[in-house]
Write a protein that binds this ligand. Sequence first.
Ligand SMILES: Cc1cc2nc3c(=O)[nH]c(=O)nc-3n(C[C@H](O)[C@H](O)[C@H](O)COP(=O)(O)OP(=O)(O)OC[C@H]3O[C@@H](n4cnc5c(N)ncnc54)[C@H](O)[C@@H]3O)c2cc1C
Length: 415
Amino acid sequence: MSEGTDRLDVAVIGGGAAGLAAAIFAARRARGSRIAILDGARKLGAKILVSGGGRCNVTNVKVRPADYCGGSAHIIKRVLAALPVERTVAFFREIGVELHEEEYGKLFPNTNTARTVLDALVGEARRLGVEILCGHRVTGLARAGDSFRVETSAGRRTAGRVVLATGGLSLPKTGSDGVGYELAKSLGHRIVPTTPGLVPLVLSGAFHRALSGMSLAVELCIRAEGEKPRRIAGPMLWTHFGVSGPAALDASRHWHRARIERRAVGVTASFLPGLSFENAEARLIDAAGAQPKAHLHGVVAAWMPARMAEAILKELHIEPRVRMAHLSRDDRRRLARGLVEWPIPIADSRGYAYAEVTAGGVPLAEIDGATMESRVCPGLYLVGEILDCEGRLGGFNFQWAWVTGFVAGGALAAR
Ligand SMILES: Cc1cc2nc3c(=O)[nH]c(=O)nc-3n(C[C@H](O)[C@H](O)[C@H](O)COP(=O)(O)OP(=O)(O)OC[C@H]3O[C@@H](n4cnc5c(N)ncnc54)[C@H](O)[C@@H]3O)c2cc1C
């Protein structure tokens, strides 16, 4: 198609969660506008389909700015306020997706399949007349007068305004391979260096190997130079390579961020969440008073999985069958310390291929939080994971996609 004869009012580059939301909310309020989603993939929504273990954790009952990391906390707060969770839930109900609550406030579709969410979004976009152009990988983006020239693998298009919704670098096989950052840079944006987020951690040493497959409640403490210690409580899963599970995934971005900024960082785990070293030692003293003849291993195993208790005592070279009355002061204190400050020797993470999200991206300071329009390149809007903002585990990243799409869609329609 030749340039000019096929001008789009709005080209949405990337048809993931954020791009679909932006297109839908723009089309709902600007009927008759020519809006197209250009996506490099053969089919839309690969990431939505694999999300939440194939069930898509759409959002969370309670969404606060503190559930997000990235730059410009005041912009995150402002953007989140535009679409409170109740309105997200109402939006999904309107398009035929009823949600239910599960542990930690996570909201899933009642059908328990991500396909329902994807089909409803694509169905709504089509109903509103949004063109969906798969196999259109965007390779270049440039201003041309008051429009944009969009180079794609299927030819050149012209658009009055552009929404950049290309995601980050996580799970690149779903189509988000970082080209979006290059497109944003070509229009004058900076990029906050990216790292994987919500990603399993690879540990050095061999301690974790014998524990592979075991999940337990922990409180991780991340001590990074220049920051207050950060505590993250939740289940952690030991694996053959290191650790995974909610607590480890949530900790990963903080470890990566400190490393990329060349700040010293260390992570410890407490197997007695909420207890201090003094509390843990007092527990051991109390146990020795109450059950002097009990074996140490039996006492510790009452507080955590027996295999975990065994591994800790072995690593500390403390005899598991010692009677509580005979536990030396030195061993008691070493054990109490280990129970609440077990070193987690992180060597690396498993990288973008296993990451649920990308930390870093286009700085929020370069975006108008009331519209998601670029402050650097008027007419360009940025939504979703391409921005320097990511949420913790629990539906917060999709909420960011919906809310940024909602804000951009409304602003596009208003213009
Ligand atoms: C395994 C996994 C599970 C997850 N589970 C959850 C969950 O349950 N709940 C939750 O809140 N979050 C979850 N997330 C995170 C969430 O999926 C993402 O934060 C969210 O999908 C980001 O949406 P997005 O639209 O910004 O980007 P993406 O979903 O990555 O979409 C980007 C789109 O842009 C297209 N694209 C990229 N470059 C180009 C280009 N140059 N030209 C044209 N098209 C392009 C891609 O093909 C893709 O369709 C999960 C992530 C993963 C990887």
